[in-house]
Design a protein around this ligand. Structure first.
Ligand code: HEC
Length: 101
């Protein structure tokens, strides 16, 4: 029985590592790429503060659209060429909730 459990753990470990490195990548992207304008801690720079308390008027869907399409006529670029809709959704959740689930 114990053996079965350790086999299951071995089989699942790579998938879990992949999942968590995808998360880390997305979080890094937010703090580095978005952070280049919004500040490394997202509290604002060239772009405005995008911490959860500043974005409370957004829902996840609208926020994901802002990330994908940018804000026309401003320095906020569209990320559609670089991010999938699923990634944009996860970023929107991360921005609103302050953690990535
Ligand atoms: C080249 C600079 C730049 C980069 C990079 C950038 N932004 Fe922006 N962003 C801006 C600017 C400037 C604004 C304000 C636009 C305006 O005047 O409405 C903005 C606005 C926003 C808003 C709307 C804020 C509000 O209060 O309505 C969100 C959300 C946002 N950015 C998220 C992101 C995310 C997420 C990323 C990374 C995927 C990102 N931005 C990358 C410059 C940038």
């Amino acid at each position: 029985m114990l053996r079965l459990v350790s086999i299951a753990v071995l089989l699942c470990a790579p998938a879990m590592a992949e999942e968590s490195s995808a998360k880390t990548e997305l979080i890094n992207l937010v703090h580095q790429d978005c952070g280049s304008c919004h500040g490394l801690t997202l509290k604002g720079g060239l772009g405005p503060d995008i911490r959860p308390e500043s974005l409370s008027h957004y829902d996840i869907e609208t926020l994901a659209t802002v990330v994908l399409d940018g804000i026309p006529e401003t320095a906020m670029p569209p990320w559609r060429p670089l991010l999938s809709e699923a990634d944009a959704d996860r970023i929107a959740k991360y921005l609103l909730q302050g953690e990535l689930k």
